[in-house]
Design a protein around this ligand. Sequence first.
Ligand code: PGA
Length: 254
Amino acid sequence: MAAKRTPFVAGNWKMHRTVAEALELVGALRDRIGSMEGVRVAVAPPFTAIHPVAQALRGSRIEVAGQNVHWEKQGAFTGEISCGMLVEAGATCVIVGHSERRQYFGETDETVNRRARAALEAGLTPIVCVGETLEEREANRTLEVVGRQVRGALAGLSAGDLAKVVIAYEPVWAIGTGRTATAAQAQEVHGAIRALLRELGGEVADRMPIQYGGSVKPENAAELMAQPDVDGALVGGASLQADSFGAIVKAALQ
Ligand code: PGA
């Protein structure tokens, strides 16, 4: 029997919100969902807003995540941020391997794996994103592509480390397009990911949250998260407004 998993809803702000705007948004989120129990919640602001946002959320249950991180601890890596820097700024989680990083910034399964390992070593929860393109789906390659991404991202991790990983299944064709996977499409892939996690880590697979991402909105969140292997959401556009993100977080409790 599947263990009961705490749902996890994270908001990926992408390249949106100045510090002033970020503080306004988390102020409103704190009021709405800051003390809600039974669901894990995180927001991922741009790097410049992580520290002030973490300060503003102190004492609430809302966590802060980075949108990316480098695997080295320090060095001549212009434009990069280390895990230690994220931790110091107040982050507890980090998104790795988002499809926009894969598409526009040359992220590979191997670099996703390095980032995930570094995050785990630093005590950050890695939110590992996987997902197929429309072309891959239409060629019936979804499970093959997602399987390769999951195996690649998690290569070499112990069962103990796997237990701390969060997977986000985000079909690329559903991101920012308004076109959501149906609940059945999401469940099919989530179920396949769960089976693969079981192969890789045994029973810890039952404790690992698998978020769905791609045009999640208050209107579709409850149905998606009602699927047996959909344990929360990674929300882009709808995480930029307190009303819609708050409603999605509440839907996770149903
Ligand atoms: P979206 O983005 O909700 O705007 O589709 C999701 C994501 O990229 O994480």
